[in-house]
Design a protein around this ligand. Structure first.
Ligand code: SAM
Length: 353
């Protein structure tokens, strides 16, 4: 976006918005949590609702509702008419009711907010300095299974939101050659394994992940009754010389490689290649910054990169596809198909060179 023609008065307004962005964010979180947005929306057909009426209905002081709605009005989240009645703007509506905005707000507030304070340190050290706000681990992945329930819920809802919706389309491609054995690398909570077992009655899946995460995934798999067809394999890709077993018809890596630096991605892909035959398909599904149709999607991915910097591991990010193209080639793989899936994702179907 170019801003060469922006007037100084507008530019200072934009700068002030950034200077106070955390205030607007926290006011929004509070208006959501207190049910003020819901109430304003419910009253839309009556022309809106005043601060006094909101205060009475929600048993919160007029002072409290007033300070929140003042900044919300200046931020174009609500409007106020001459009788002092508030309505949601379209932005306010999305802040309260859009599913993607909802998972992003919860993720920002519950998982990232406190940790982000340490971003400058992380940029200098290359370490996730904000992670200490959540627990004492060297990467967030070590701690995923130990996060408090509220933080864990927001983390998993964020993660799942961006993959769940595309699993249906992805499964059609994964199973078009009828694989009997799939390795799900970075299987997380076992969602893909469970969906695969429901989709195809013959397939066996091996989830490959860190021990804590694997335990959680296998419990979920058992709860769905698929424990005979899903096994686990413990790995820490950050250790020296990781190895995975042979025997997969398909290796599945969804929203996984972005959790690593370029050097680490190359190590993972090279290790995977060693376990592949000429027939094995390696499927990489990612959200690439240079493959987004909408600016807001690119913006979400750039913010997610900062989460990786300050909280996840200090050295990974959401990558442009061109970085992956180079690493895939370097690892000894060739891309047979390059498929766009859903709103955000790209799938690379890779084979050994
Ligand atoms: C973003 S999640 C993957 C999400 C999942 N595949 C999906 O599509 O929803 C990343 C996964 O990589 C795993 N992971 C991260 N670092 C790892 C490491 N050093 N060794 C092994 N697995 C790791 C995490 O435990 C987590 O399950």
């Amino acid at each position: 976006m170019k801003n060469t023609t922006i007037r100084a008065i507008d530019a200072i307004q934009e700068a002030q918005k950034i200077a106070f962005a955390p205030f607007v964010f926290q006011a929004t979180v509070s208006l959501r949590k207190l049910g003020v947005f819901n109430l304003i929306f419910e009253k839309r057909k009556k022309g809106g609702i005043t601060i006094e009426a909101i205060s009475k209905e929600l048993s919160i002081s007029t002072y409290g509702i007033g300070v929140l709605l003042e900044i919300a009005e200046s931020s174009q989240i609500v409007t106020k008419d001459d009788e002092g009645r508030y309505l949601l703007t379209t932005t306010g509506y999305f802040l309260n009711y859009n599913e993607t905005v909802n998972v992003n707000i919860n993720f920002t507030n519950d998982v990232c907010y406190k940790g982000l304070f340490h971003l400058n340190e992380s940029i200098k050290t290359g370490k996730p300095e904000g992670l200490k706000e959540l627990g004492n681990w060297s990467t967030v992945y070590e701690g995923l299974s130990q996060l408090t329930p509220e933080i864990q819920k927001s983390w998993f809802e964020f993660d799942h939101h961006y993959s769940d919706a595309v699993f249906d389309d992805a499964l059609e491609i994964v199973f078009r050659n009828n694989p009997k054995t799939i390795f799900d690398i970075g299987g997380n909570t076992g969602k893909f394994a469970i969906r695969s077992c429901s989709f195809n009655e013959d397939v066996s899946i091996k989830i490959i992940d860190l021990p804590g995460q694997l335990k959680k995934a296998l419990t979920n798999v058992k709860n769905e009754g698929f424990e005979k067809r899903v096994s686990g394999y413990e790995i820490d890709w950050l250790k020296d010389n990781p190895e995975i077993p042979n025997g997969a018809d398909t290796i599945w890596m969804c929203q996984f490689l972005d959790c690593f630096s370029e050097e680490e991605i190359l190590k993972i892909l090279t290790t995977a290649v060693k376990s592949m035959t000429n027939e094995t398909e390696l499927l990489i599904m990612e959200t690439f910054t240079d493959r987004q149709r909408f600016d807001n999607a690119k913006f979400i991915l750039e913010a997610t990169s900062l989460y990786f910097t300050v909280l996840a591991n200090g050295n990974s990010k959401m990558y442009p596809a061109e970085v992956f193209l180079k690493l895939i080639d370097k690892a000894g793989l060739v891309i047979r198909e390059d498929i766009s899936i859903g709103e955000y994702h790209t799938m690379f179907v890779c084979k050994k060179k």
